[in-house]
Design a protein around this ligand. Structure first.
Ligand code: XMP
Length: 520
């Protein structure tokens, strides 16, 4: 379903590529609203007047087989500019009579050198000479040009890497301009948007605040809304938005599980209560959490216990408030995209935040999800427009089960305390050394192994602290952050000297995949 009516937008038809989301990001970053839709959604579009351009994404399907994902050719002939990327190019070629073959021996994965053959509006400022480095990921290639198309650029393996039919404003490229490994990929999008689609740079998430508040007012009317506030950026922005719309008819519940970072919960509670004047109820449930988690080592069991307990506490508390009709939730755009398949069917599992999943049905509440059109970075900007303090706005993501999944093995209050201290030293140093905002997520974890150390003249036998810091765009993949050696030396010293219970510090140098960001 198209989410919104807008005056102008670009739609991206998702054929299932892992990086479709990045296309939408790049376009929005250029000041144009973009929306990802499924093939099924496309059939429901009656009015194309607001659609100024269509991008066909990559995907795992192959036009060399009998059954492949397709869209009606007449959509491509509406004189709305089309840009096909990877599978999108192959589909265009197939629909217009070209030939596509499987590159059994010479598949192209990774960087490739693209050579310019002739000029095109699409490649203005893209080549800095005759060649440019692009990112390829394909097994099929177009081997015969469709009628009325011409070749713009080639690589060694695929001659038809950029093709165009200017009369019908149809363009196809085999490489991925949306990934950062493609040099100057942004120029392709710029040219497509501003020179081919003739769309104007008018959209910015900062200006969405007013519309969102009005929308919440219209939906909620005189009813009440409840929300689980964790102090993370998503739930904080949701709470501020809903509060601006309906003031004290928003009830915020903060459940202190005892599994949060040092002093963080107290700090957020005071901020929302005193500075933002929200109607917040704080529930201290740490004893209950420790009791329920006693001797539990299995990661999935830990997660389930924490999630179920949260629902129980939240439900009990909400019953104290009469006439609540809505639950406000910080679902983001990637959650929506990931929960549906490219052919349009809803996949079985909708990814939901562990501690609110299941709540709306159980409590008979309707959902409001004001952030469902936005990416995380955009939510941070929305937060800015709402006056949300930088310490929350720029906060690294934090998992619902909290420190429980950063301590391997059973949780005890003592281990939590040790970890909170180590983590606090690490995070503070990141902030002081201006590294915090360059890192997507960083934390300290506690490994259950004790090792021998020596401090002064005494033998120690204590836990190992693991430090993790990653850079990422959306948490789906991540690379470990390369710290200068001096910084690691300093942190290791500070933690071992400052935190009784830890005598060894290690730095995790695995990326995702094969590891995950969290330990459990
Ligand atoms: P992984 O460990 O799967 O984490 O690589 C990817 C991102 O998801 C966060 N994460 C969670 N967030 N509830 C959350 O709200 C959870 O149960 C949960 N588990 C992982 C993790 O912190 C990282 O940002």
């Amino acid at each position: 379903m198209l989410i919104q009516n807008r005056k102008e937008k670009i739609i991206i038809i998702d054929f299932g590529s892992q990086v479709t989301k990045l296309i939408a990001r790049r376009i929005r970053d250029l000041g144009v609203f973009s929306e990802i839709i499924t093939i099924k959604d496309l059939y429901k579009v009656k009015d194309f007047s607001e659609i100024k351009g269509i991008i066909l994404s990559g995907g795992p399907s192959t036009v060399t087989k009998k059954n492949f994902l397709k869209i009606p050719k007449k959509i491509l002939l509406k004189k709305i500019p089309i840009l096909g990327i990877c599978y999108g190019l192959q589909l265009i070629a197939k629909l217009f009579g070209g030939t596509i073959k499987s590159l059994k021996k010479q598949r192209e994965f990774g960087r490739a050198s693209l050579v310019k053959r002739q000029n095109s509006v699409l490649i203005k400022n893209f080549f800095k000479g005759k060649k440019s480095l692009v990112w390829m990921s394909h097994q099929d290639a177009v081997t015969k040009l469709p009628k009325n198309f011409k070749i713009i650029a080639s690589t060694k393996e695929s001659k038809l890497t950029i093709i165009e039919n200017t009369k019908n404003k149809i363009y196809g490229i085999q490489f991925h301009p949306e990934v950062t490994h493609t040099q100057n990929g942004k120029e392709i999008f710029k040219n497509f948007l501003f020179s081919i689609c003739n769309i104007k740079k008018r959209w910015h998430v900062f200006n969405e605040k007013k519309r969102l508040i009005e929308e919440i007012k219209t939906i909620v009317k005189k009813d009440k809304v409840i929300c689980a506030l964790s102090g993370g950026v998503d739930s904080s922005v949701v709470a501020l938005l809903v509060h601006k719309a309906i003031k004290t008819r928003l009830v915020c519940i903060m459940v202190d599980t005892g599994l949060m970072r040092k002093n963080e919960f107290k700090h957020s509670y005071n901020l929302f209560k005193k500075k933002y004047k929200l109607n917040v109820k704080l529930i201290n449930a740490s004893k209950l959490y420790f009791k329920n988690l006693k001797n539990i080592s299995n990661p999935e069991k830990k997660r389930k216990i924490i999630g179920k307990l949260f629902i129980k506490i939240f439900e009990k508390e909400s019953k104290k408030h009469k006439n609540i009709k809505y639950l406000a939730q910080g679902t983001l755009y990637p959650d929506i995209i990931e929960s549906r398949s490219s052919s349009g069917s809803q996949s079985s599992k909708i990814k939901s935040h562990h501690n609110v999943g299941g709540l709306p049905k159980r409590m008979n509440l309707k959902l409001i999800e004001p952030l469902k059109e936005f990416f995380k970075d955009e939510v941070r900007i929305l937060g800015k427009s709402l006056g949300l303090t930088n310490s929350i706005r720029n906060k690294h993501p934090f998992p619902g089960p909290g420190l429980a999944i950063r301590i391997i093995g059973p949780i005890t209050p003592k281990k939590i305390k040790i970890l909170q201290e180590a983590d606090n030293i690490f995070i503070k140093e990141l902030i002081q050394n201006n590294l915090y905002n360059n890192i997507w997520q960083a934390y300290a974890g506690l490994l259950p192994i004790k090792t021998v150390g020596v401090m002064g003249d005494s033998r120690t036998y204590e836990y190992t602290c693991l430090l993790r810091a990653v850079i990422s765009e959306d948490g789906m993949t991540a690379d470990y952050f390369s710290f200068p050696k001096d910084f690691l030396d300093k942190i290791s010293n500070k933690i071992v000297n400052g935190v009784p219970g830890i005598n060894r510090v290690v730095y995790d140098i695995t990326s995702k995949p094969p590891s995950t960001i969290e330990l459990e």
